[in-house]
Design a protein around this ligand. Structure first.
Ligand code: ATP
Ligand code: MG
Length: 565
């Protein structure tokens, strides 16, 4: 789990103060309360890391609670996905998996209590009428004509609402607060609406459903939450959160708001993400280009990289936009330590080594991970015919191009120096293969006579390899702030997925399995696609390209175009 934080964010400060004053008997009990109306995204990950992280840090507890109060948009598929994602991120809620719907009976009893205390009433206005009489920031609202109906009448009507005697939307239960309150949330907010909808857990038991503000504080209170951490848009709702709990004179958690995570070049709205899925712009919620946790997982992100990212982003009171680069950086940082290196060629160009013996294999030694000696070494087969990247050869090289060109000598990584002696073309003038000679004295990649070469390129034997499909991803949107544009579809990056159908990778990768991460030298970090890959047809996703990684290996070497992505 995460390392202890070296600094205090403002929420930690609040908790420290509470622990000093003994406000919650030094307990810290948080919760992560997703609504199961979509898959979790990287913004949720921040909230998950924060809530579970604080609980961990203060030896407290964190609940996973489904805020399933709106049956129309909620589905079991989402519940399953959320459970999988939180657990994959590395967090454990023990036996505290809760559902708001489990409290519907208690919430109903609390509502009856509020009616009896003259703090709530059944209102016959329609949703439009409620809105129209609410007033605005400058003007007070007007009292509902049903505001003063008797307790008994409201109790009877509320029972009838519950029993399904009325049409959807024909009545509501409203809190009786103050129609001229400067905070609009306090102007007799709706607590229950009639909705004859099947709920994914309670079925047809209920035809009235609680509103978020009414439900959320009760859920927190019933679970003994101490610090109820939510995003800034709930700041204006805190007064109502407190009001409800004060009227009920029940256990009262503290709501604390923080700024939500915004990431550039992507969107965080579940509504828009769902639209991308429904309209077929992506293959599903777990499409590797989606900012969802399942998408990031499929793309090849590790839980550690996401947790580290959340840590780096920090917790603030003011909204800001975080760079996508930071997320990518966190992944590179993690995989650089963990991922074994292999060679793979994704745009193959064949080379025939004219002076290498036919049908012979020379097994060369390669280091698995220069960052981790314990990862050991492996053997790579060198043969008469090999593949290199098309972009690593130029017939007419520009000035600072140090890779292969006619008459030029370069180093094949871990292997030999080769010199290009002939360029073979088809009738259309396209290059189909190169003929090269190799210098057997340079085995292992250095020359005994001290001869230097400027370029080092990767390669794969054309006979000793595995064939694979490779998928390269780019940002899903071209605009840094896609949700600002009038039509979000206009800013979609149509080149966000590039397929390389015929790639060749070292035989070492025969044993690759889902959930393992590899660095294809110079190209980036790759892992097997958890849906489409099979032992008969390997499919690798590139999570991120490398940056400057080759510079370490050889100064003056230009990173390949594909490598930089
Ligand atoms: P909606 O309520 O519109 O469906 P939501 O993104 O708020 O969408 P929830 O399921 O209600 O989704 O969110 C669960 C928790 O995650 C909430 O506490 C919410 O504040 C938090 N959260 C949601 N989006 C972000 C974000 N971008 N950054 C940080 N926390 C977030
Ligand atoms: Mg929400």
């Amino acid at each position: 789990m995460e390392a202890e934080k070296p600094y205090k964010n403002f929420i930690q400060k609040i908790i420290d103060e509470d622990n000093l004053s003994g406000k919650f008997n030094k307990n810290v009990h948080t919760r992560f309360p997703p609504e199961p109306n979509g898959y979790l995204h990287i913004g949720h990950a921040k909230s998950i890391c924060l809530n579970f992280g604080l609980a961990h840090q203060y030896n407290g507890l964190c609940n996973l609670r489904f805020d399933d109060t709106n049956p129309i948009k909620e589905e079991d598929e989402y519940v399953k996905a959320i459970i999988e994602d939180v657990s994959w991120l590395g967090f454990d809620w023990g036996d505290r998996l809760f559902y708001a719907s489990d409290y519907f009976d208690q919430m109903y009893e609390f509502a009856v209590f509020l009616i009896q205390s003259k703090k709530a009433y059944v209102c016959d206005l329609s949703a439009d009428e409620v809105r129209a009489t609410r007033g605005n920031l400058k003007e007070a609202g007007t009292d509902s004509p049903f505001r003063e109906r008797t307790v008994d009448e409201s109790l009877l009507l509320f029972t009838q609402m519950k029993n399904g005697d009325f049409e959807d939307g024909s009545r509501t239960l409203r809190a009786k607060i103050d129609m001229s309150h400067p905070n609009l949330n306090m102007r007799d907010p709706v607590m229950y609406r009639i909705l004859k909808a099947n709920h994914h857990r309670t079925g047809d038991k209920w035809c009235i459903y609680p509103m978020y503000d009414w439900a959320h504080g009760l859920e927190d209170s019933l679970e003994g939450i101490t610090h109820s951490i939510c995003t800034l848009e709930f700041e204006d709702h805190r007064l109502l959160y407190d009001w409800y709990l004060n009227q009920l004179d029940t256990y009262h958690p503290q709501q604390i708001e923080f700024a939500r995570l915004n990431l550039n070049f992507t969107i965080m709205s579940k509504r828009w993400l769902k639209k991308l899925v429904d309209d077929g712009y992506v293959s599903g919620w777990d499409d590797p280009r989606m900012p969802t946790i399942s998408g990031l997982r499929r793309r090849g992100y590790t839980p550690e990289s996401i947790r580290n990212f959340a840590e780096k982003v920090g917790v603030a009171k003011r909204d800001n936009v975080v760079e996508m680069n930071l997320l990518e950086h966190s992944l590179r940082e993690d995989l650089n330590k963990k991922a074994n290196r292999v060679m793979g060629v994704i745009e193959p160009l064949k080379i025939v080594i004219t002076n290498f013996p036919e049908n012979e294999i020379d097994y060369l030694e390669a280091i698995n991970n220069p960052e981790d000696e314990s990862a050991g070494k492996r053997r790579i087969a060198f043969t008469k015919e090999i593949y290199i990247e098309r972009s690593d050869f130029m017939e007419e090289p520009f000035r600072k191009y140090f890779r292969l060109a006619p008459g030029r000598e370069v180093r094949l990584r871990y292997a030999f120096y080769i010199t290009c002696v002939d360029v073979i073309k088809n009738s259309k003038g396209q290059i189909i293969e190169l003929h090269c000679t190799y210098d057997p004295e340079t085995r292992g990649g250095s020359s005994p006579d001290g001869r230097k070469v400027k370029g080092t390129i990767h390669w794969v034997s054309s006979t000793e390899n595995i064939e694979a499909e490779v998928r390269l991803y780019d940002r899903l949107f071209l605009e840094p702030n896609p949700s600002k544009s009038d039509n979000i579809n206009d800013t979609l990056n149509i080149d966000s997925l590039v397929l390389k159908k015929t790639c060749f990778i070292e035989t070492e990768m025969k044993k690759a399995s889902v959930g393992e991460f590899y660095q294809f030298e110079r190209l980036g970090y790759f892992s097997l696609d958890n849906i489409d890959s099979s032992p008969e047809h390997f499919v690798f996703n590139r999570s991120v390209a490398l940056r400057d990684s080759w510079k370490k290996i050889e100064k003056g070497f230009q990173t390949s175009k594909i490598g930089c992505g």
